[in-house]
Design a protein around this ligand. Sequence first.
Ligand SMILES: *Cc1c(COP(=O)(O)O)cnc(C)c1O
Length: 383
Amino acid sequence: MFYTSYIEISKSALHHNLNFLNNHILKNVKVSSVVKGNAYGHGIEFYIPLAESCGINHFSVFSADEAYRVQKASINKNTIMIMGLVEDEQLAWAIENEIEFYVFEFDRLEKATELAKKIKKKATIHIELETGMNRTGFIQKDIGKITKFITKNSAFINFKGLCTHYAGAESITNYYRIKKQQKSFQKSIQKFKDKNVIPEQIHSACSAAALRYPKSQMDMVRLGIVQYGFFPNKEIYIEYLTKKKITEDPLRRIISWKSKVMDVKTVKAGEFVGYGTSYLANSNLKIATIPVGYSHGFSRSLSNQGRVLIHGHRINVIGIVNMNMITVDVTEIEHVQKGDEVVLIGKQGDLEISVSSFSEFSDQVNYELLTRLPQNLPRFIVD
Ligand SMILES: *Cc1c(COP(=O)(O)O)cnc(C)c1O
């Protein structure tokens, strides 16, 4: 209802990114749209119907609470897959609602089977394998026991997927580790095949893996960051441009974050601006305040560092980022006044403030900055 800043989500940019992906995802590979972290800050309730209208029909989340929100937001009742936590009391809900989930320990496998029996509905599971990330997943030694269990309980278990996750496919320093993981995964897949326990889908790739190691795409890719218009990091971006011999970013950010000028005033040379002494006016200044601060996700480390766009100019943040406000130097803009549009992330005129330029200053990766955008900022879908 009332707000001091807002987020715009561009439908045409999403279309554009999904087209880009279509050219890089091999034939017959399913795309799962990863929407954990409030759809990387874009807002689950807004993003799901939009993605569905662009043809997405599979969503991946981290936990049951996110799955619940996706289910409520989904118009087409599409597939939802939980890649992380489902607590015991949430398992029954998941099974009843045909929500798919990862299983990486026997306890969950047994509980899911028990509940499936009770509910009289199969539990649809993805067996996660530990291949070298050392986070969650069954080790190779467990495979005999898993295959036996699945065979015995096939009336209650729908063995949908066999999967793993790479420990940093976006960085070439992890090359050998990823290759080792791929080998281990292949070996495990064979073990399942040997026991004739065959999953419907085998999957391993996130955005970086799908782009850098096309073979990792297998039956399904779990794409997060790229669909929102970001390369996972600079390295993958530059590798991609070099390989394709292009110079322009082929992706388009779908998010913009905007606010308005709240006040304009002048400061005399020799005065400090804001709390303390971190910014000294060297000359007479015209300053504007913007009603966005660290409580809204504008990191305090952007004090004296951040930039915003006003009237198509790149404007510096001066002084400390406050809880609810920043101050910017608008001396160079002639007719700036209360109510003028301020772009915190996105385009204005010929300029763009990208999340990455923003996050470099604040020492956050794309992922962190996006997912920290508050859930309660209003979001609007624009073309
Ligand atoms: C987050 C996540 C992804 C998506 O990662 P991106 O780099 O955003 O594409 C894929 N798989 C798993 C298991 C994840 O946790």
